[in-house]
Design a protein around this ligand. Structure first.
Ligand SMILES: [Zn+2]
Length: 86
């Protein structure tokens, strides 16, 4: 695929929230996956110090930077289950 065939970011809208759909939106704020995210964030709060106090950017970064296998498994499970809901 050439660069010109890529949908510009401002046109990638979440059809549920009507905001730009990017990786951060999908993982930490999309309302479509709120119930799945409760499970993910509960695990993150157990494994990542002060997770619940972090901003959305901080949560996104800390999830992606985690090297804890339980956390990585929970992220993978969230992504698989969230994609099944679309
Ligand atoms: Zn959304």
């Amino acid at each position: 695929m050439s660069e010109t065939n890529v949908t510009p970011e401002h046109l990638r809208l979440c059809d549920f929230c009507n905001v730009i759909q990017d990786e951060k939106h999908h993982l930490v704020s999309c309302l479509r996956h709120a119930s799945l995210r409760e499970t993910l964030f509960a695990k993150a709060n157990d494994l990542i110090p002060n997770f619940n106090q972090l901003s959305s950017d901080g949560k996104f970064t800390s999830l992606l930077m985690s090297d804890n296998l339980d956390m990585l498994y929970a992220i993978g499970k969230y992504l698989i289950e969230a994609d099944c809901l679309q």
